[in-house]
Ligand binder design. Sequence first.
Ligand code: GUN
Ligand code: FE
Length: 452
Amino acid sequence: MANSSFNKPDIERVFRGTFVHSTRTCALQILEDALLGVDTEGKIAFIEKGEDLGRLAADFKTSDIIQLSQHEFFMPGLVDTHIHASQYSYAGTALDLPLLQWLNTYTFPVESQFKDLDFARKVYKQVVKRTLRNGTTTACYFATIHTNSSLLLGEIANAFGQRALVGKVCMDRNNAVKYYKETLQESQDETCRFIAELLNKKYPLVKPVVTPRFAPSCSGALLGQLGAIAKNNNLHIQSHISENPEEVMLVKELFPESESYSDVYCKYNLLTDKTIMAHGCYLSDKELTLFRETGASLSHCPNSNISLCSGILNVRNVLKHNVKLGLGTDVAGGYSASILDAMRRAQDSSKVLAMQDSDLDPLTFEEAFRLATLGGSQALSLDGQTGNFEVGKDFDALRVNLIVPGGPIDLIQHEEPKILVEKFLNLGDDRNIVEVFVAGRRVVPFTDSKPE
Ligand code: GUN
Ligand code: FE
């Protein structure tokens, strides 16, 4: 590892200790006494064995090495592949209705308030801070139909240093709450303005995502235009699919010419290798095959699926079909903004299914860990930049300490790293996440210079 070679950025930080991450072939790879170097561009310059320090040390001052303690490890940052930033104000409440009634009763009235930029600023700042503190280094956000406040969400994510996809929500159909919708023309024009203005800011880690809310709130004409906009600008796409039985029936009624829910999106060029669809509880095997063929991915949101009594995703079957899969909190359908919670609910959900079907193997904690990190980055087509500790990727990482003052975990005896990871995933919380890095920059703890 010579950084004297042409054009190679200098080493800025070197950490030594336990690193855990996922690879394509290994759900939980544990690297004990490893050395990881981060360059001045925030990328991983090397990850080597501690014993190779002598060979590496020409590139940096060994006195600057940051040594982790025995109870600490680094893991990749968590990826939330589906979260409604605009619903954060009522997270933890309003879980007593099924999806379509829940949207009409709670969601649309709250989202309509984001016309007010002061309200938007208050909520968006809190959700970005809360998710970062909980280790979400990458978030795929739904905002609302309002362009200016959606742009503000991008500005706030950038200011706090979170990697984010931000979507201005599109909907030209809403029979229940008439004041919360756009015309076809408005939706198209404002989507174009949102994309142009957000790209124009040149935020290094924040990108726009084309966001039809879901088929029932969009006309075919709007879906077609959004598919074209995404294609012409090579953009990400996000929406919801097959979350709840009533919703699936409604889509059949509204789009009688389509063979399936997936077929509606496919017809309008909305299933691409940069598409992420939330839920998918009721997708047929044929639809899963269509996802694999198009490269579209699914966001598994188990807290929301249970909280709104929507259904339980058969994760095993999704994985069997080789569909890219990540985890989402789906705040506020899901009441927790933490991907640690999503990992736990994903395992609980798959255990419930396994109790009903002895042919199903429940998800392991290692698999849940992979879904929350590498899986999420793959689902968002960001695995070239983030998701694990491969050389050349951005250093998006959590420094986890099992023993923190007043923390939630008791260690009775010395434990091997795998046990530390398992305990953190099952028992840990944000108190154990002592530092968060995104693209090499330390973003947690928050510093005073951050916008209030
Ligand atoms: N389907 C359409 N909109 C929404 C939403 O805001 N939350 C959830 N969970 N499902 C949706
Ligand atoms: Fe959602």
